[in-house]
Design a protein around this ligand. Structure first.
Ligand code: HDD
Length: 731
């Protein structure tokens, strides 16, 4: 179909060619308004449905539907003259552009979302009547992962807590589980939220550092406000540098009150367990990625979904009797700085979340999604936890500024899938054209509609919770005062290598503080957590280790808190393959095996493009564009070149590049080695190991048969890292 000429438009006649950027006539429209076929990071077509690319139709128009013949030139008084105020298209275009940005979230500004589905197992039926938890019930969801402190343009892999917010579009209304990847919070009362966030955000004078807790104001606050200690322990642990959103646990943090079909209540904590296990980056790697690929986590999630490797999490609950004291085994369930160890209350699986669709438009969906802890469904209620009570106010309030008015639930990503029949009217951005004349109750003019739901209509009814005899008071219960026992429980539950990482993180962050008094005060806090932790950090800081001010309580470690010592599926793991052009057969074989196992091979060659005329193999990274931090493991290909030995000469000196080994490959191997990643080689690939000084040791696998070398590598990958490579001093 050819675009018809627009009568009277100056470019309907061939224009005189005086300017290089001459306006051109409308191009023939594309009959198929879909985008290109999507491909995985490996370059293979995904088979995913093509996304619509065009907007409203064939012709560019104004926002009121007027067809435009030229959007490249403003209307001027002559070719070299001033722009005319009359140019309504110029003014509309620039006006709209000027207002494209909305305020970023005051916290959790940087995030990435995905659509998916939640399928209930029915196992929660005895404690909650929530319909979406029923056996086989499928509920569409939208999940947004985020970092807390950084601005929208900050890097993904900073040391921070991660948000894990899920909107379930249930048939009974939206239920939002607005959680984090850390099961406890910095503060016990929402009134302290502005304080902790002001302390964690960049310093107000220079606005630095961005997206980091390694600075004076953060440590000033947490060292004086010791209820933050438990959260700080998690934040200094490997949990705060996740390998991927796909390898993160999620927690509802607060205790919720569940209501069964008979009105019976229980208390419960929500957990998301990733199918791929919980894995982290090492700190140096996380810092490098911040520069090499600041979008590392969002790219990883989007690529996995696009290639059909749908990430999954099982939702589980810990259930506790709803007693008047609201405690379990002495743990106050209303205190959000406390966990209940899984060994005391096992996590019972109640459903499965699968993320299977990337957003079509980042702004429309991920940026405009509005979560709210008050979005509840029958069967799930909040408790009197003072943190969640404050959140019930904040999440609605913040959207008024961010989404400019009270009608944000009409934005497509926020719209419930259940029928909506509110009597809210008017306001900014009202999209509904409400019928009827009586948006009030009681009324007769609209026939009394809408009616109150009766008990059989499954309304949301707050639990008639008896209140203790009380006086109005600004005070926390005495049980909130223990700030050190659970941090100690966390510390003692970690494996030696995790403890070492935690010590290094404290030492790094406190080492970035300028104020000596702040470091000393935080050491005092650590002394009350554990003397070994305190001593190790003090040593790193070059300061004396203080002694505890209190008498530590004995704790029973919770092995479930450690993320090391188990093996996990390797789906979606990235294996870098340094290609040897002399052995493309070996490379092809290994690549196909990796793909068939659901992992992602990335071929790295000296230059880009096809690896030879007919192999069909293409370099996806070059020595210039590749960096070790992109991979979970590295394979070095290489058949012995004719007439040469596969094993490099014994005279090769460790750490000195041998003949023919590119220094960038040597660096790649050394970084992988330092980051405890499995490294494999076959044939002459050994030369690179030798040149890097990493020819032997834990996690180095060599075999002359490429598939065997890969097999050994993948076995190691199941444990994520080869920690045995490094002796650990902290125990
Ligand atoms: Fe919050 C956003 C998680 C305490 C006030 N919070 C926000 C998001 C997550 C959390 C994941 C991002 C949602 C999204 O992706 O859009 N917040 C938590 C958790 C908390 C918590 C797990 C404690 C257990 N938050 C908390 C308190 C307050 C807030 C105590 C205020 C008193 N949170 C907000 C907010 C945000 C927010 C300012 C910013 C953007 C938004 O809400 O929509 O209202």
């Amino acid at each position: 179909m050819v675009n018809p000429p627009i009568p009277g438009a100056p470019n309907s006649e061939p224009p005189s060619l005086e300017e290089p950027t001459e306006p051109r006539g409308p191009l023939p429209p594309k009959p198929d308004q879909t985008g290109p076929e999507t491909v995985t990071p490996t370059g293979a077509p995904t088979g995913a449905p093509k996304q619509a690319k065009g907007q409203q139709g064939e012709y560019l128009t104004t926002s009121t539907g007027l067809r435009l013949y030229d959007t490249d030139h403003s209307l001027k008084a002559g070719e070299r003259g001033p722009t005319l105020l009359q140019d309504h298209h110029l003014r509309e275009k620039v006006m709209h552009f000027d207002h494209e940005r909305i305020p970023e979230r005051v916290v959790h500004a940087r995030g990435y979302g995905a659509h998916g589905v939640f399928i209930g197992y029915g196992t929660a039926g005895k404690v909650s009547k929530a319909a979406f938890l029923g056996d086989g019930v499928e509920t569409p969801v939208f999940v947004r992962f985020s970092t807390v402190v950084g601005s929208r343009g900050s890097a993904d892999t900073v040391r921070d807590t991660r948000g894990f917010a899920t909107k379930f579009y249930t048939q009974e209304g939206n239920f939002d589980l607005v959680g984090n990847n850390i099961p406890v919070f910095f503060i016990q009362d929402g009134i302290k939220f502005p304080d902790i966030i002001h302390a964690a955000k960049p310093h107000p004078d220079r606005e630095i550092p961005q997206a980091q807790s390694a600075h004076d104001t953060f440590w000033d606050f947490v060292s004086t406000h010791t209820e933050a200690t438990h959260h700080v322990m998690w934040q200094m642990s490997d949990r705060a540098v996740p390998r991927s959103y796909r390898t993160m646990e999620g927690f509802g943090v607060h205790t919720f009150r569940l209501v069964d079909a008979e009105g019976g209540t229980s208390l419960a904590k929500f957990h998301w367990k990733p199918k791929l296990g919980v894995h982290s980056l090492v700190w140096e790697e996380a810092q490098m990625i911040s520069g090499v690929d600041p979008d590392f986590h969002r790219r990883d999630l989007a690529d996995a979904i696009e290639s059909g490797a749908y990430p999954q999490w099982e939702l589980g609950i810990q259930v506790f009797p709803d007693t008047p004291r609201q405690t379990f085994e002495g743990i106050d369930l209303l205190d959000p700085t406390k966990i209940v160890p899984e060994e005391l209350a096992p996590v019972q699986p109640i459903g499965m979340l699968t993320l299977n669709r990337n957003p079509m438009n980042y702004f429309a969906e991920t940026e405009q999604v509005a979560f709210h802890v008050g979005n509840l469904v029958p069967g799930i209620d909040v408790t009197d936890d003072p943190l969640v009570q404050a959140r019930l106010f904040s999440y609605l309030d913040t959207q008024l500024t961010r989404l400019a008015g009270p009608n944000f639930n009409q934005i497509p990503v926020n719209r419930p899938h259940a029928p909506v029949n509110d009597m809210f009217r008017d306001g900014f951005h009202q999209h509904a054209v409400h019928a009827g004349v009586a948006p009030y109750r009681p009324n007769t003019l609209d026939g009394g509609n809408p009616f109150d739901a009766g008990p059989e209509d499954r309304p949301f009814v707050e639990v008639a919770q008896p209140l203790p005899k009380a006086v109005k008071i600004r005070q926390a219960p005495a049980s909130f005062a223990d700030h050190f026992t659970q941090p100690r429980l966390f510390w003692q539950s970690l494996s030696p290598v995790e403890k070492e990482h935690l010590v290094r993180a404290f030492t790094f962050e406190l080492g970035k503080c300028y104020e000596q008094a702040i470091r000393e005060r935080e050491l005092m806090v650590l002394a009350n957590v554990d003397p070994v932790l305190c001593k190790e950090v003090a040593q790193g800081l070059g300061l004396p280790a203080p002694t505890a001010t209190g008498r530590p309580k004995k704790v029973m470690p919770s092995p479930a808190l450690s993320q090391i010592g188990r093996t996990w599926p390797t789906d979606g793991r990235m294996i870098g393959i340094v290609v040897d052009p002399a052995d493309l057969d070996g490379v092809r074989m290994v690549r196909e095996t990796i793909l068939a196992a659901g992992m992602v091979p990335l071929l790295i060659a000296p230059t880009g493009g096809p690896l030879d005329a007919d192999s069909g193999l293409v370099a996806q990274r070059t020595f210039l564009t590749a960096r070790s931090v992109e991979f979970d493991a590295l394979l070095l290909a290489g058949s012995p070149p004719p007439g040469q030995d596969a094993v490099p000469s014994k005279d090769a000196k460790a750490g000195v590049p041998g003949d023919g080994v590119d220094p960038r490959v040597v660096l790649m191997v050394q970084e992988c080695y330092r980051h405890a990643k499995a490294i494999g080689a076959w044939g002459n690939g050994r030369a690179a190991l030798e040149a890097a000084g990493c020819a032997t040791g834990a996690g180095i696998v060599v075999d002359d048969d490429p598939p065997k070398a890969l097999g050994k590598l993948v076995k190691l990958l199941g444990a994520h890292r080869v920690w045995e490579r490094f002796p650990v001093s902290v125990s």
